[in-house]
Design a protein around this ligand. Structure first.
Ligand code: ATP
Length: 243
């Protein structure tokens, strides 16, 4: 289980996470939603010990997140990943595998095949497209013997077939590990009824039982209604001028 207790994280005087308490069990899919800048990536960076925070505690299977014993349970696919462009996909996968226990090489090659990347594996990552880099990261993540895979916008950059394939892989692999996904993809969220959805809003987290609530919350919290009215007034004004 990942336990987050009383987490407070600020950047100078901007408090992004305000006394956050939540936990993730070790199977299934959890999806983190929230408007741009609500702190989703910050939360992932805190969990994975990439950034420090002022207050609170995060444990992974009872181990503090900073401990090696905690890190071996997790793999993180960030949205803006900077991969070593001078390595081939194969070399990079081997580098990651060397840092974890029991990676499944057969599974890695199986997924690489599904993603049509087999012939590209010996090429430098610098020559890969954005979607190909994403697929390489997903294949590596699934081949690792980890409990938790955290992924920030994992479907971005994937063509539709690869998106559906990845959705299916995640669903099947979630029977014995946890995927915590940051996603703005409402298509994915609404299709995956078994996933738990958490909304990060103004530094606090709430569970979303009914995903139609997301639209209501976004509209009632944000400036959206105001923007809709501005667009209507703008169009009305211009149409009047052009009439
Ligand atoms: N290194 C940093 N220094 C200062 N402020 C930061 C830093 N990183 C993030 N922030 C601020 O923290 C807030 C949360 O950012 P974060 O990237 O966690 O949001 P997010 O929910 O992941 O956004 P998005 O949906 O756009 O990816 C934003 O106001 C952002 O400007």
């Amino acid at each position: 289980m990942i336990k987050i207790d009383g987490l407070i994280k600020s950047y100078r005087n901007n408090t992004v996470l305000k006394n956050l308490t939540l936990s993730f069990d070790s199977k299934g899919i959890d999806i983190l939603v929230g408007i741009n800048g609500s702190g989703k990536t910050t939360l992932f960076n805190c969990i994975c010990d990439i950034i420090p925070f002022e207050q609170g505690e995060i444990t992974i299977h009872g181990e503090d997140r900073r401990e090696k014993a905690a890190k071996k349970f997790m793999y993180y696919i960030p949205s803006d990943f900077y991969l070593p462009e001078y390595l081939s996909g194969r070399e990079y996968a081997h580098f990651v595998f060397s840092r974890y226990e029991n990676p499944d090489h057969d599974l890695f090659h199986f997924i690489i095949d599904l993603y049509h990347l087999k012939d590209r594996l010996n090429q430098k990552i610098g020559d890969y497209s954005y979607g190909m880099k994403k697929k390489l990261q997903i294949a590596i993540a699934l081949a690792l013997d980890v409990r938790y895979i955290l992924a920030d916008e994992v479907f971005n950059g994937l063509d539709y077939e690869s998106y559906l394939l990845t959705e299916y892989l995640i669903e099947r692999f979630a029977t014995n590990r946890k995927f915590i996904l940051i996603s703005h993809n409402m298509d994915y969220i609404s299709r995956n009824k078994q996933a738990k959805v958490h909304l990060l809003n103004k530094g606090r987290i709430e569970n979303i039982e009914d995903i139609s609530m997301i639209e209501e919350i976004v509209i009632s919290n944000g400036e959206l209604k105001n923007y809709y009215e501005q667009i209507d007034r703008f169009l009305h004004h211009n149409q009047t001028l052009n009439a």
